[in-house]
Write a protein that binds this ligand. Structure first.
Ligand code: CTP
Ligand code: MG
Length: 407
């Protein structure tokens, strides 16, 4: 009888055991047990739990945790549905499994999947493949054919022999079995004093229960060493489900006109019957942008960094301010995603200079031109801008910072 899914599972469920009671010695303990380390902004165990609790065929879930880890687990897992329970794990993986199996007695599930809590990349289709291969007499496990050539080492560190890899597989989890069969086998193994089996397929083998191999996944790695955790975090860094730390800043500036023959806007000198008055070159667009950039990392405003009272900024070209703000952003690890400036003036006309302004900003910020937008509008002859007493500018900048949004 093949176990049907998903319809039949609503009645006789398929349970899952997630093993998370180990100490993670090989990964190093400095940051706590590996199942609670954060990858892609969440604890390893939270990813693993999600994979099972969101799978439509899985009913009750038992998580084996270490007696010292109650607080770590609740913090990592957050609010959980009632069908997820925890049990205290044992001294070995096998003992933890045995204790978790007993916690399922009240459910009497048809089958149980037993999974390493430190394999967070298990996916729904692999779970489906394992479930589909279990029947009354057979267990199932995901595995990958070994692809490297295998060598046995001699005592002196040289190669003693080359082992044929034909038929060899690397075993993964979840490993699935008919519940009654694996529970009884675990009981027998435990009572026989055998506590050294490293996976459940090995216990099944000891009890002559045939186990089918289904295709595993190279992504379904077990996080064993510190490097595995680092790599897993890197991998999740690009995931759409993680929340990148994107910040937006805005800026606003106004300068009034005085007699002159040109204005400087967004780094471009434009002939005009007046000039803008100010301590520096009075480039409103760049001043607004400087504030917008500084705002993304809480670094104050243009006046904080370039006090108007300081004589060294007299007549300064304002690209200095923008470049300084961009440097502060970068020193905080930020990468500028885009900059958008709106110039508000009746004259001069901005359109003919837009390309040159975009070019100038692209150089100042070190980003491509399609990440820069220069817009202009008149003020419909209203207010100080309408009376041509000055020019205003607003700017928005988006910057992506490293890490994750705080929760
Ligand atoms: N495990 C468990 N109970 C134990 C030992 C291990 O539930 N007494 C779990 C681990 O938490 C892990 C899985 O079994 O999710 C696979 O074991 P392993 O990778 O060896 O984890 P650790 O035993 O924690 O690591 P190490 O062997 O490096 O100490
Ligand atoms: Mg171990």
């Amino acid at each position: 009888m093949a176990i049907e899914q998903p319809e039949s599972t609503a009645k006789r469920s398929i349970a899952a055991i997630i093993l998370a009671a180990g100490r993670g010695e090989r990964a190093g303990q400095t940051d706590g047990p590996k199942q609670y380390r954060r990858i892609g902004g969440r604890a390893v165990i939270a990813w693993t739990l999600d994979a099972f609790s969101s799978h439509p065929s899985i009913g009750p879930i038992v998580v084996a945790i270490h007696p010292d880890d109650d607080a770590l687990f609740s913090e990592a897992a957050g609010a959980l549905p009632d069908r997820v329970v925890t049990v205290k794990g044992g001294r070995t993986r096998q003992e933890s499994t045995w204790l978790a199996l007993q916690a399922l007695d009240s459910h009497q599930p048809e089958a149980v999947l037993i999974h390493d809590g430190v394999r967070p990349f298990v996916d729904a289709s692999m779970i489906d493949r394992v479930i589909a291969a279990i029947d009354e007499k057979h267990g199932a496990l995901p595995a990958l054919p070994v692809s490297d050539t295998l060598k046995r080492e001699a005592a002196d560190g040289t190669i003693a022999e080359t082992i044929s890899r034909s038929g060899l597989h690397a075993a993964q989890t979840p490993q699935g079995f008919p519940f009654d069969l694996i529970r009884e086998t675990h009981r027998r193994a435990f009572e026989a004093g055998r506590i050294d089996f490293t996976d459940d397929a090995a216990i099944a083998e000891w009890a002559d229960i045939p186990v089918r191999i289904v295709l595993g996944s190279p992504d379904n790695v077990k996080l064993t060493w510190a490097r595995d955790i680092f790599m897993a975090d890197q991998r999740l860094g690009g995931r759409s489900s993680s929340f990148p730390d994107v910040r937006t800043g805005n800026g606003y500036d106004v300068h009034s006109f005085e007699p002159g023959d040109h204005v400087t806007l967004c780094g471009v000198a434009i002939p005009h019957g007046k000039r803008l008055s100010g301590h520096s070159d009075a480039d409103v667009g760049l001043h607004a942008l400087t504030d917008a950039l500084l705002a993304t990392c809480g670094a104050g405003d243009i006046g904080t960094h370039f006090p108007p009272s300081d004589p060294q900024w007299k007549g300064a070209a304002s690209h200095i301010f923008v470049e300084h703000a961009a440097k502060i952003v970068r020193s905080n690890g930020g990468r500028i995603a885009n900059a958008d400036i709106t110039l508000i003036c009746e004259a001069p006309r901005v359109g003919p200079h837009r390309e040159a302004m975009t070019e100038a900003l692209s150089k100042m910020l070190g980003i491509t031109k399609n990440r820069i937008s220069i817009k202009a509008t008149t003020n419909e002859k209203l207010g100080f801008v309408g009376r041509e007493e000055g020019i205003a500018a607003i700017a928005t900048a988006s910057v992506v910072y490293p890490g994750e949004l705080p929760e």
